[in-house]
Design a protein around this ligand. Structure first.
Ligand SMILES: *[C@@H]1O[C@H](CO)[C@@H](O)[C@H](O)[C@H]1NC(C)=O
Ligand SMILES: *[C@@H]1O[C@H](CO)[C@@H](O)[C@H](O)[C@H]1NC(C)=O
Ligand SMILES: *[C@@H]1O[C@H](CO)[C@@H](O)[C@H](O)[C@H]1NC(C)=O
Ligand SMILES: *[C@@H]1O[C@H](CO)[C@@H](O)[C@H](O)[C@H]1NC(C)=O
Ligand SMILES: *[C@@H]1O[C@H](CO)[C@@H](O)[C@H](O)[C@H]1NC(C)=O
Ligand SMILES: *[C@@H]1O[C@H](CO)[C@@H](O)[C@H](O)[C@H]1NC(C)=O
Length: 466
């Protein structure tokens, strides 16, 4: 966190170097041709993979360059990238990156606890950060991503470990429940209860419920959803707001909307609908989808509206990766909530058409999808930009490769461990001493650009008040 704010100072303004793109041709793809989609996706995947150096000598396995100020990326984003690469493999069949993906997940799971809480990253360890790795592990189980050798932790057990360490963090003294954003009490943001931390927990609980049919998970999925509605983070029109502080008993909402929140909620709700086959969950999926399309897909192309403004982009590195999570969540909803298929495919397609136009022929992709060409926005990535376009292209194959998330009963082979992650919490070390420059950086940026996903709160409270 501290590092991110310092980094944000230098990254404050988008340096538009779109000029670089002039004269270069764009990525070509025919969205009616699965082969053409696979070829284009492969080009973008190669470009994304080039951002990862964890498999090189002397580098740390499983992370993208960072955290700030060492490099642009926080720990969680690598977890999100490997989830994206699992979906890439699942939809396209290209297993080129399965090896680095499995190595990364098993390494960052961090033995012996194997609950995605590596001591190295404690200073930026939010429930959302841990949860993004947990969701990648869950996806590996749902897609029968090749199982690790016996004796190593298994995908389902890794997802359960994340759930098992998070459920005890639910705390009712403030706001009548909810998870806090950060895990270590000394991290800035520990006093914030946000939608991303609770939404990812909800997402994992829903998927574990469907996969295992263990009612403990179902209960937690219902409880976390009800709580987010109760405090107004999800309102009656299905807007999904960012969160609130415990000092206000979660009554003073940060009213800004980011697509990562809506994505994890829509995905979890679609899974709950599929698992329960209930009208209640069907209504929630319908409501979330309606609001998502109206809000995030103006003119059918995805826009990260809270920070991607008409005349300028204020999105930080994290936010540059959000669009892909939405496209992936919507594609999963196509498979598990077939009633919504036509509505979803219409926007996935038009949005992907825009996404592709943001790329150069070598697979370098920009951030703005509604401009019709590469925007040269590489300074806040470019891993997030590549992840997002890769997700958009991969998920266009959902109709030719409609293989819904597996469960224990429908062919999923990953082995679980209901007690995984057992005593991880007590072993969590104190975060390192706060660097001296932190305060200065925080003041300088006055909360313009912030940290892990939930750090949006800094930005957003600034906007809300300004
Ligand atoms: C933690 O950091 C050390 C020192 O940089 C590195 O050797 C190790 O691989 C890291 N572990 C993880 C899980 O990232
Ligand atoms: C805090 O809010 C919850 C509902 O979200 C309510 O049940 C509780 O009474 C409130 N506590 C205080 C001290 O106002
Ligand atoms: C969402 O619902 C509103 C109100 O019923 C409707 O006007 C709008 O067209 C719907 N949007 C989508 C994308 O279905
Ligand atoms: C749940 O998903 C399966 C695919 O896994 C689909 O065949 C089924 O129709 C879905 N159930 C409902 C209630 O839509
Ligand atoms: C399903 O879960 C049960 C109980 O945890 C387990 O014994 C069984 O091996 C699982 N089935 C598959 C196919 O993994
Ligand atoms: C269901 O999940 C909970 C939470 O992980 C676990 O404590 C319990 O043992 C599980 N029950 C079964 C039957 O696996």
């Amino acid at each position: 966190m501290a590092g991110l704010r310092a980094f944000a100072v230098t990254a404050l303004l988008l340096v538009a170097n779109g000029a670089r793109a002039q004269g270069q041709s764009g990525l070509r793809v025919d969205l009616n041709s699965p082969d053409s989609i696979r070829t284009a996706a492969k080009t973008v995947a190669r470009n994304l993979r080039a951002q990862y150096h964890g498999d090189e000598y002397g580098q740390t396995v499983g992370i993208l360059p960072g955290p700030p100020p060492i490099g642009p990326y926080y720990w969680w984003q690598a977890g999100a990238m490997f989830g994206t690469l699992i979906d890439y493999w699942h939809y396209t069949g290209d297993d080129e990156y399965n090896g680095i993906t499995a190595d990364a997940m098993l390494y960052q799971a961090s033995p012996p606890q194997n609950s995605f809480m590596p001591p190295n990253w404690t200073a930026s360890l939010g429930n959302d950060d841990q949860g993004f790795w947990g969701m990648a592990a869950m996806l590996a189980a749902e897609t029968n991503f090749p199982n690790p050798p016996k004796g190593r932790p298994q995908w389902l057990a890794l997802a359960q470990a994340v759930f098992n360490t998070q459920a005890p963090r639910w705390e009712v003294q403030d706001c009548n429940g909810g998870l806090r954003w950060q895990i270590p009490p000394s991290n800035g943001g520990y006093n914030y209860k946000n939608t991303i931390a609770n939404g990812v927990f909800f997402n994992l609980a829903a998927r574990l419920a469907r996969y295992t049919e263990n009612t403990t998970y179902t209960d937690w999925a219902e409880r976390s959803w009800d709580w987010m509605v109760g405090v107004g983070y999800i309102d009656k029109d299905y807007n999904a707001y960012d969160g609130a502080h415990v000092e206000t008993n979660c009554t003073k909402l940060t009213p800004v909307q980011f697509s990562a929140n809506a994505a994890v909620l829509l995905h979890g709700a679609a899974i709950m609908y599929n698992y329960t086959n209930s009208d209640v969950w069907r209504g929630r999926v319908t409501g979330l989808l309606n609001r998502t399309i109206d809000f995030f897909f103006p003119d059918g192309i995805m826009v990260e509206r809270a920070c991607e403004l008409e005349d300028k982009v204020q999105c930080n590195v994290d936010q540059h990766s959000f669009k892909g999570y939405m496209h992936r969540a919507m594609a999963t909803a196509v498979m598990v909530a077939p009633f919504a298929r036509a509505d979803i495919m219409r926007v996935l397609r038009s949005s992907t058409e825009g996404a592709v136009k943001s790329c150069l022929s070598d697979g370098t992709c920009g951030f703005r999808w509604d401009r019709g060409s590469y925007d040269g926005d590489v300074d806040h990535g470019p891993a997030g930009q590549a992840m997002s376009v890769l997700a958009a292209l991969s998920t266009m194959l959902v109709e030719v490769r409609n293989t819904p998330p597996l469960t224990n009963k429908t062919g999923g082979t990953s082995e679980g461990d209901p007690n995984a992650g057992g005593n991880s919490n007590v072993l969590l070390p104190l975060p390192p001493v706060t660097p001296a420059w932190r305060g200065g950086a925080a003041v300088l940026t006055t909360a313009v650009l912030a940290s892990t996903i939930g750090g949006l709160l800094w930005m957003s409270s600034d906007w809300a008040e300004g």
